[in-house]
Unconditional design. Structure first.
Lengths: 331, 331
């Protein structure tokens, strides 16, 4: 206990809760400690809002002073200003563990490296240095730094971010019973459905097979999160689709019927929903799979047949369901 | 952070690593803290050896003094004697979180309640009080106690123990691909196989279907753990089994061919291995299921068809595999 790995793992687990929801930013987590006590564990939640380090420092402030801040903590400008106005030695005995090197550039939010430099923490420990050249250099601006803690896990965490720098990051989403049956009604928990709607709300396009559209006649909106419904691409050999299917009527969304997958060359985040047919058609293009597994065994005979090797990356609960993140690996 | 729930959850997670392996004892975990710092997280591992509290206190000693003890920490008598010989105020500022009330009776190991009483910790926080009357009363012998932290999770942890007080606790074990295919070769990781052999080593009997015996011709021993092979009960309508099947030749094990399940009325721990047939035959008797899920999708067409409602209790990794603990719930 009391090890670097333990504190970094807490930051990693928190970051996974917001995996992909931070698009186009990477998922990042942070833990603040004081003499071995854990003051806070936080993660970046949404692009354009406060980064993990900032949220963790605000929460550490609240833990230390047994108080609650009274402004919007997700407003990065307000949050930075608040932290910079604290007495200079406020965090002098604190250390921060961050899964990714603090950003050194100023984008929608101020630079975290500048902030941490001004706050003069006891130590800044990072999992990996920022692999994007224009973002790196954060560590050089800081004193008392170390890096490389749980390096492989921190790299796995930002793999989607690395992929969507160059091409589409393709996530295949599937909901199944524990004995691998798919089809109607397997997303038993509201929490799982809400998570799907959060992903739909941040992706660039939702890609779906024509057969699923014909059979399920879906809406594919984000009604559980009140989010903007995603643009939809329907993968079909020929466009014979009934325009009465609800997805065509959702406001402020484009629907395109496509017969080739060239758009996957473009940097983007593509969410794929579908069954066996789509899984087979997309197999060589799938980066990660996200499986929501419900606590049921079923005699429903709709399943999916495919040979594919995966690596489990992270697993958690969404209410009663399991949520299993995995990546496709070669043979 | 720094909450009772956080420290208790660490103890719970550690205890789940040894779930059922402590038979006939319950699984128990413990966390020791000092001013909010986590000094140790430990769990009871095997009946007849040191309890969770004792292992956690020994580890806390090591963390504080940056040293390593030089005796067998699993020898409860040595461990108690060592802890009792420490300066009286050694743990005076430490608190301990235990998932279950410390035992007040002296069995194979000395009483933990007596030990904690003598060590005069700052606080003893327990998840639940001991539900077995002859074991309870531990808290009454201690000062500065609280109970009821993560009560439901702590109750779920010892449910097998509660069941095997009265009748057989029946665990159905299954290994499957992520799309629910069973049969040969799905336990891909050595760690999962080793865990199965650990369970075989502690259960009272391994119950298996005649069909699996005929088809797989298994050995059903504990060769990965060098443990004593379990007694085997083969559930068969008629005994036409080939005695050349390896399981019959394992030394110091009894094999019985049975046609009824009355033995499940006896307090015991019964591990069930088998496929769809055995799952259906046993359905009304199954308490928990343990599924080892491998990171593969497969076109193998051997699966299992059954309607059953589960509740996921705990999930973890065994090397590359997922290990999913669940209990059967009514409709």
């Amino acid at each position: 206990m009391l090890t670097d790995q333990f504190y970094m793992q807490l930051a990693l687990d928190k970051a996974w809760e917001y995996q992909l929801l931070t698009y186009p930013n990477p998922a990042v987590g942070a833990t603040v400690t004081l003499n071995g006590r854990i003051l806070s564990v936080e993660a970046h939640r949404k692009a354009g809002t406060s980064h993990a380090e900032v949220l963790a420092l605000l929460k550490a402030y609240e833990t230390l002073l047994k108080t609650e801040i009274d402004f919007d903590r997700f407003d990065a400008h307000k949050a930075h200003a608040f932290l910079l106005a604290l007495p200079k030695d406020f965090f002098a005995e604190c250390s921060i563990y961050v899964t990714l090197e603090p950003c050194s550039h100023t984008g929608k939010t101020p630079s975290c490296a500048s902030l941490l430099s001004a706050l003069e923490l006891k130590e800044v420990i990072v999992g990996i240095e920022d692999p994007i050249e224009s973002h790196s250099g954060g560590l050089e601006r800081l004193k008392n730094t170390r890096s490389g803690i749980l390096k492989e896990k921190c790299q796995a965490l930002i793999k989607p971010f690395m992929i969507w720098q160059k091409k589409a990051f393709v996530l295949f989403k599937l909901a199944q019973s524990t004995n691998g049956r798919i089809g109607g009604g397997y997303l038993s928990s509201k929490a799982s459905l809400t998570h799907v709607h959060q992903l739909r709300g941040v992706c660039d396009s939702l890609l779906i097979g024509a057969n699923t559209v014909r059979v399920d006649r879906p809406t594919l909106d984000c009604r559980f999160t009140n989010g903007q419904a995603p643009d939809v691409k329907i993968y079909a050999r020929r466009d014979d689709l009934d325009r009465e299917i609800p997805l065509f009527s959702v406001v402020e969304r484009s629907v395109e019927v496509i017969s080739n997958l060239d758009f996957l060359k473009e940097p983007s985040f593509i969410l794929v929903e579908g069954g066996e047919g789509m899984l087979k058609a997309l197999q060589s293009r799938i980066d990660w799979m996200l499986i929501y597994q419900t606590p049921k065994l079923s005699t429903n005979n709709l399943t999916y047949n495919i040979d594919m090797n995966l690596q489990f990356l992270h697993q958690g609960k969404k209410d009663v369901d399991l949520m299993i993140w995995s990546r496709q690996v070669g043979d």
